[in-house]
Design a protein around this ligand. Structure first.
Ligand SMILES: Nc1ncnc2c1ncn2[C@@H]1O[C@H](COP(=O)(O)OP(=O)(O)OP(=O)(O)O)[C@@H](O)[C@H]1O
Ligand SMILES: [Mg+2]
Length: 483
């Protein structure tokens, strides 16, 4: 504790001495603004000028100004986008859409800084992400790296930032309540991360807040289905709404090594390939797991050595009204490298809660006889049944905790399994015949307008798939980062 205190005093002292000795060398915001033909009025302080941390601004300024000397700083596509802004081709709403890893976020943050540099100091701006956390991870940290902490500072707890001396609000906007957060604001500019994932009402409200002369919106997104509100109500009405979209493709990103690009392209299959690699707004139809449907034997194992399983988790989907009760036991190999479905229980008939509990106890005991199992994730819609299982688990001294599944967006869970399959990181034991059939047969519901979902008309077994996903959901993000 004492050491910690001493250290922080030392850090503070160092920061202060830096602050007092370093003098400002360049006012980059003014240089950018001058290049774009703007002279912002300086009505109040231009920010914390004492720090001398400029990020990559020297290089960026040089590359913005030069038509030949930019390749080490921007991709040709990014440079073209900056020139469009310089040439007055930007509109009120500007959306960079397209493939993953194509350089949209990187350049959009630089553009945001450039656009801000042309604005008056007393204007107000906003940066929006699905949540403040995703905004920080995707954008705020990178923006600070790019322009330096002399020019961009932020506080996620105060939900405020300052870029080139202009005040920026920070907001998360992933649900209906988000709309209230910006009611009544008067904004000159907005930056949106992952627009298709924002709440639709929030986005509509945001546009109504952009009421200052010349106010603009800049954002990035991956494509979604053609009936998504962003396509249906905005992009399709580009002309009428003064909206510009610029398409970015993964091959545009000249900073990525070509073998890395090839690797990423293989990770996306079916509709995900169309959207995230080809950058198309494409409806999900046909089979959900094309790799499994085409060559299921590749993913089926007759047996495995239990020693390779670090530990296993159980997912449960409750039946009723024509759907089945499904339990799935998924094992993780060492270092979370692979997921292997080890066992299943599947029953498509009405049974009493007591019978369900007894089947559950048997299933967990069987699992525990071979594997380390501590966690059970259940369909969260059924809290009485969950309580029943938890009580049964404790009575039978199973040593597992019975929890509600997270149930995040289904599309993410489906993409996760397709990604595992594409990388040869998912296997299922042959004994799990219901799950195997489910992976072979699953189809998209092409009639669904509001969201991507699997067809659930009573003939397809989506219960085993749900259960399978619940059990791995808590580890999904970590695995995506590792594999
Ligand atoms: N001009 C650049 N200089 C150096 N690195 C770059 C540049 N542009 C992009 N990159 C790098 O390429 C990778 C992908 O870029 P970015 O994150 O901007 O893509 P994206 O289109 O936003 O992708 P996604 O749709 O997955 O969010 C990142 O690691 C980024 O740092
Ligand atoms: Mg991005």
């Amino acid at each position: 504790m004492i050491n910690f205190k001493r250290n922080s005093i030392k850090t503070l002292a160092e920061a202060f001495s830096k602050k007092n000795t370093v003098t400002i060398e360049r006012d980059y915001a003014s240089e950018f603004a001058a290049y774009f033909g703007a002279k912002p009025k300086r009505n109040f302080g231009s920010g914390d000028d004492d720090f001398n941390h400029y990020g990559k601004l020297d290089d960026i300024l040089r590359a913005v100004k030069s038509d030949t000397d930019f390749q080490d700083v921007f991709t040709p596509k990014q440079k073209e986008t900056i020139n469009m802004f310089r040439d007055g081709k930007f509109k009120r709403l500007n959306i960079l859409d397209g493939s993953v890893r194509s350089g949209k976020t990187y350049i959009s943050l630089i553009l945001w800084a450039l656009m801000i540099s042309t604005r008056d100091y007393d204007e107000r701006f906003i940066m929006v992400g699905r949540t403040i956390t995703t905004l920080k991870r995707n954008c705020l940290e990178l923006l600070q790296e790019l322009v330096g902490d002399a020019n961009f500072s932020y506080s996620t707890s105060r939900k405020e930032a300052e870029l080139f001396g202009r005040k920026i609000y920070l907001e998360g906007a992933d649900n209906v309540l988000s709309e209230d957060k910006i009611r009544g604001m008067t904004l000159a500019g907005a930056y949106c991360d992952e627009i298709t994932l924002l709440d639709e009402d929030f986005f509509r409200m945001l546009l109504s807040r952009l009421s200052v002369e010349g106010a603009f919106l800049l954002g990035t997104t991956n494509p979604d289905r053609p009936t998504h509100w962003l396509m249906r109500d905005y992009i399709k009405r580009s002309e009428e709404l003064d909206l510009l979209t610029i398409k970015y493709l993964i091959d545009d990103n000249t900073f990525l090594p070509s073998d890395y690009i090839e690797k990423i392209k293989k990770e996306y299959v079916g509709v995900f390939y169309e959207r995230f690699i080809l950058g198309r707004w494409k409806a999900a139809d046909g089979v959900v797991y094309p790799l499994f449907a085409n060559d299921s034997e590749k993913y089926i194992k007759d047996s495995i050595d239990p020693e390779i399983i670090q530990y296993a988790t159980i997912g449960i989907d409750f039946g009723g009204n024509g759907s089945a009760h499904a339990f799935i036991l998924n094992g993780f190999t060492k270092g979370f490298r692979e997921v292997i479905t080890l066992d299943e229980f599947y029953l498509k008939k009405e049974i009493s809660p007591e019978e369900l509990e007894s089947e559950f106890v048997k299933f967990v005991q069987r699992a525990k006889s071979t594997y380390r199992v501590y966690e059970v994730y259940c369909d969260s819609a059924e809290s009485t049944l969950i309580k029943g299982l938890a009580a049964a688990a404790s009575k039978a001294k199973l040593g597992v905790s019975v929890m509600k599944a997270k149930k995040g967006p289904i599309i993410n869970r489906i993409r996760f399994y397709n990604m595992l399959m594409s990388k040869g990181k998912y296997y299922v034991l042959r004994r799990c015949e219901n799950l195997i059939a489910a992976y072979k047969d699953a189809e998209w519901n092409s009639k669904s307008k509001d969201k991507d979902e699997r067809l659930d008309d009573g003939t397809f077994n989506i219960d085993s798939l749900d259960a399978c996903e619940y059990s791995t959901e808590p580890y999904m993000d970590e695995m995506i980062e590792r594999i």
